[in-house]
Design a protein around this ligand. Structure first.
Ligand SMILES: [Zn+2]
Length: 384
């Protein structure tokens, strides 16, 4: 499974211009190659290479490997669309491979090719990123954002083989409660919501100020909020996967159909923020489960919040409010999200044997889930 490790570079004042010039030269070269590709209708990387390689190296002062990456980038861009000429932003990300970028984890530095020669630059990252970097493989993107430098390195992590679950831990994901398990563990979204409201208020004030420094502060704020939410999602999903693994259970989640239009994903300011957080939590749970070898199952979400886990009575009126469930038949009272999680777990139990029955019928080994690419940096950008 491919995961992206993100680190922040800490170049010296002398190194910043070298990085910036490299980025600008590389993107100018992309535009040059793109123009030739467009004018000659040459879109394949190899043909482009023959046509542009020496020119690019001479005109833009780029290394052999950077030039090859640029040709690949342009060829890639035209793979998607050959009806329009492609242009590249002045400070767009550029791709490095191990021949022009090397990592030294012992002292947390990288050695990176620039137009001003190779530079050794320190980087900072969290513990999770550090562990991930042990599995780095292939390419990395050099990114310039809001005056800061980042590297996004691809890492190839091996999934653990799935164990045979002795049962299923149902997990209900939401917004008021970020996650509730069928065991009754509640991960409240209250802290997130308090912070979100505080940030929303600060944002409104800064927007009304409108000065340059207020705008800069605004950007910082939305980044900080996204990082807080992301950290929370990491912690919660980690705890859930550990519980499942320790108790030899698989994890059952609702599949995505029917999630849209659910009352729990409301429209408006709050939910725009909550939606990406919700999908991020799902993605984190899924990939952490795959890494740990915990089987994961997606069940039909129909009636999970309306069914009584004791007597099976299904009615919309069982759900008295966002948080309360009261069965109209047997009188069972519970937390609505916990009821949903129990029903999800029960659906996991029911659908699991059907899967193995199919396997026996076809005489094939169960196929593992398709590899999932999680770019957990993506929501950061959508947070604003
Ligand atoms: Zn009941």
């Amino acid at each position: 499974m491919k995961l992206i490790a993100q680190v922040k570079l800490q170049p010296t004042e002398d190194q910043c211009p070298a990085l910036l010039k490299t980025l600008e030269q590389a993107n100018a070269a992309c535009n040059y190659v793109s123009r030739i590709a467009w004018e000659t209708k040459t879109f394949h990387q190899f043909a482009l290479h023959k046509l542009t390689y020496y020119d690019v190296r001479e005109k833009f002062g780029l290394s052999a490997q950077v030039t090859v990456r640029i040709e690949a980038k342009v060829a890639d861009a035209y793979k998607l669309d050959r009806k329009h000429k492609r242009t590249f932003l002045k400070h767009g990300a550029i791709t490095y491979d191990e021949r022009i970028l090397s990592w030294r984890q012992s002292d947390q530095t990288i050695s990176i090719w620039t137009t001003g020669g190779r530079q050794r630059i320190p980087y900072v990252c969290g513990e999770r990123q550090r562990q991930l970097l042990e599995y780095r493989q292939g390419q990395a993107d050099l990114i310039y954002r809001d005056g800061e430098w980042y590297l996004h390195q691809i890492c190839e992590v091996t999934e653990s083989p799935e164990f045979d679950p002795t049962g299923w831990l149902g997990v209900d994901l939401g917004i008021v409660n970020l996650a509730v398990t069928s065991d009754g563990q509640v991960f409240s979204g209250e802290q997130i919501e308090v912070r979100r409201e505080w940030y929303a208020l600060r944002r409104a004030i800064l927007q009304s100020v409108g000065t340059k420094s207020a705008k800069r502060r605004l950007k910082q704020l939305s980044g900080r909020q996204a990082r807080f939410q992301k950290h929370t999602n990491h912690c919660i999903s980690k705890a859930i996967v550990e519980t499942a693994k320790d108790t030899k259970r698989g994890i059952a989640l609702e599949d995505l159909k029917g999630i849209r239009g659910r009352t729990r994903l409301r429209s408006g300011q709050r939910s725009r923020h909550s939606n990406w957080a919700f999908y991020q939590m799902r993605a984190f749970l899924t990939y952490k489960a795959m890494l740990a070898g915990v089987p994961i199952q997606f069940v039909d979400p129909a009636y999970t919040s309306q069914t009584c886990p004791l007597c099976g009575f299904v009615s919309k009126s069982n759900r008295k409010s966002q948080s309360d469930f009261v069965c109209g038949q047997c009188g069972y009272v519970g937390l609505a999200d916990h009821v949903a999680a129990r029903n999800i777990a029960a659906k996991g139990e029911v659908s699991a044997p059907m899967v193995s029955a199919e396997v026996v019928k076809d005489g094939n080994l169960p196929s593992t889930a398709p590899p999932l690419e999680v770019r957990d940096n993506a929501p950061l950008l959508a947070a604003g």
